[in-house]
Design a protein around this ligand. Structure first.
Ligand code: FES
Length: 584
């Protein structure tokens, strides 16, 4: 570092750093701040005005997807030191989506709040966020957005491709298939026990285009990571090199004064939505982008997502919408190659954390395997992967991943079979007495954000046993919950408003006719208005289940899917103002 004091417009890059508020000067407070951190063995030169980089680490034994992040944090530390910054790694809570109850989504806002407050309360000038499992990337991005600090993301990347008995195994996607084979008696419990190792072969996120890989890719397409790094497989040495490069670059980004809001612009959101569509990204992206935009104060709605996605063909031939796994996607050219294939669907001038535009970042990318990353003239599907529905059953929207559904069900009219809760579903779904056939429309309510709570990934519930035995593999299923990005089926999700707050889903009765019309983006309950009004008058809201703690805070403040399930009091940004010193 140069020995510039920063007081006269010097060029050392430390002018304006908020960490100087903690470390600069000779009073008791800066003495104490420096002395305290020197307990970590840091050299005195670390306090000379160099940028302090907080490296937020969401590694946890409870979240195997993120368990490799501590190694990446060490690589980022190297990079920060090489670039003349002062790296400080700090842990936060983490979210293991397939394990946490009642749902990972319920804890996303808490994790974002923790990052936001930790960053604001400490002498941090810039952030490296180490993410992985589904909700961790959006949680950190949202928290960072509310601080406004310069931020770069390192994503864990997908785990190795699954393999069991010479059969490719896809995270989540094959779990559902194995489960159906076991229900039909084709596989034994011992087979399933063995298959568990084959489907999850080590650290990293799900190896399909589930929510985790989608969010890594989408946030990268929005400029928040170095291009091409998010979906490097977790075990690949290039991931470590990427973390080191990120550590170097974040120091420069702080010196350049580029905050997260300078990267996550409206153009970045347009690119993110379109990339999500070309990837066949998970349905959870929608809520995460809406919540993130809300933190940044951007005008961005579910209608924008539909509008921007509509003309985008599916180009990534990756499960669950396609045939291959994330490792294949990376080897075929990965993110940059996919984005280059998108051509003029992207805004090339959107900025990225590298200092170059998206257009510059992808200019030399190539597709190495056109079976995996398709050309626009030969897409996996010319219809967009994701469709935003609206209609009398979903006045404020609902979603379907159309490319992961049986296409015969995308225009379907059928009688409702209604389940009031998960418990009701568990009790009756496989009953031989259940009145259901292949034309039925299964409705599950009571799994929305306030009701369950947290809108769990239960929307892709099983096919009733009696239909499974007859060879039925897909049915229209509708709920106010979500589904894993690895899941598939004619599954309509996030019906808004949810039944728990009196949305029309609460009023559906067995036998009512429901019409799903994906081409026209409609989801309608064909019951006359008078009848519906009478049902509405007799509807009773569910009793509040929680009288204390985070769950009470959650149900009292969570907003519906069209606001990204964020808390009402977390929308917007408080920035990262300088903190008052302690008066010693
Ligand atoms: Fe963590 Fe799928 S369970 S990424």
């Amino acid at each position: 570092m140069a020995d510039c004091t920063g007081d006269n417009g010097g060029d050392c890059g430390s002018c304006g750093l908020r960490s100087r508020e903690w470390f600069e000067g000779q009073g008791n407070a800066p003495f104490n701040h420096r002395a305290n951190l020197k307990a970590g063995g840091h050299l005195g030169e670390m306090f000379d005005g160099r940028p302090v980089i907080g490296i937020a680490n969401s590694a946890s034994d409870l979240v195997p997807c993120n368990s490799g992040l501590t190694d990446l944090a060490e690589r980022a530390v190297r990079g920060v030191l090489e670039a003349g910054g002062f790296p400080l790694v700090f842990p936060t809570m983490s979210i293991g989506d397939s394990i946490m109850r009642p749902s990972g989504m319920m804890y996303r806002n808490l994790m974002s709040l923790e990052l936001e407050e930790l960053a604001r309360a400490n002498p941090v000038d810039g952030l490296v966020i180490l993410t992985g499992c589904d909700n961790t990337a959006p949680a950190y991005a949202m928290g960072a957005a509310s601080t406004g600090l310069p931020t770069m993301m390192i994503h864990a990347g997908p785990m190795l491709s699954g393999n069991w008995r010479a059969r490719q195994m896809a995270s989540g996607t094959d779990m559902y298939k194995l489960g159906d084979e076991a229900r039909k008696g084709v596989l034994t419990p011992a087979d399933l026990d063995d298959a568990e190792y084959g489907i999850s072969r080590g650290t990293g996120t799900c190896n399909t285009m589930g929510t985790a890989c989608t969010m890594g890719a989408v946030l990268e397409s929005m400029g928040l990571s170095l291009m091409g790094t998010a979906n490097i497989p977790a075990m690949d040495a290039r991931k470590r090199a990427a973390a080191q490069q990120t550590g170097r670059r974040i120091v420069e980004l702080v010196r350049e004064g580029v905050g997260i809001a300078d990267i996550l612009t409206p153009a970045a959101f347009r690119n993110g939505v379109r990339t999500n569509a070309a990837l066949g990204g998970g349905t959870n992206t929608t809520a995460h982008l809406l919540a993130l935009a809300g933190r940044l104060g951007l005008e961005f709605s579910i209608d924008d997502i539909e509008r921007y996605s509509r003309e985008v063909p599916l180009l990534a031939n990756v499960m669950p919408s396609g045939e291959y796994l994330m490792e294949d996607f990376y080897n075929a050219g990965g993110q940059a190659a996919l984005m280059r294939s998108m051509g003029d669907l992207l805004d090339p001038d959107a900025p990225t954390v590298s200092g170059r535009t998206i257009g510059e970042e992808i200019a030399s990318a190539r597709v190495w395997d056109e079976r995996v990353i398709r050309r626009r003239e030969n897409p996996v599907s010319s219809a967009p992967a994701l469709a935003i529905l609206c209609g009398s059953l979903a006045p404020r929207g609902a979603l379907i991943k159309a490319t992961a559904a049986d296409s015969r069900l995308l225009d379907h009219r059928g009688p409702a079979v209604v389940f009031d809760s998960i418990e009701d579903l568990d009790a009756r779904l496989d009953s031989p007495d259940l009145e259901v056939d292949e034309n039925s429309v299964l409705v599950l309510r009571g799994i929305g954000p306030t009701a369950y709570p947290g809108a769990p990934e239960l929307g892709n519930f099983k096919i009733p046993r009696k239909l499974l035995d007859r060879g039925v593999t897909d049915l229209v299923r509708i709920s106010d919950g979500r589904m894993s990005g690895t899941a598939f089926g004619a599954v309509v999700l996030q019906v808004t408003p949810e039944a728990g707050v009196g949305g029309p889903l609460a009023l559906v009765r067995d036998g009512d006719i429901i019409h799903l019309d994906v081409a026209n983006r409609r989801l309608d309950l064909e019951v006359d208005d008078e009848d519906l009004e009478a049902r509405r008058r007799s509807w009773q809201p569910p009793e509040q289940q929680f009288d204390r703690g985070y769950r009470r805070l959650y149900v009292e403040h969570v907003m519906q899917a069209d606001a990204g399930f964020d808390f009402d009091f977390l929308r917007g940004s408080s920035g990262a103002p300088r903190m008052k010193r302690r008066p010693y």
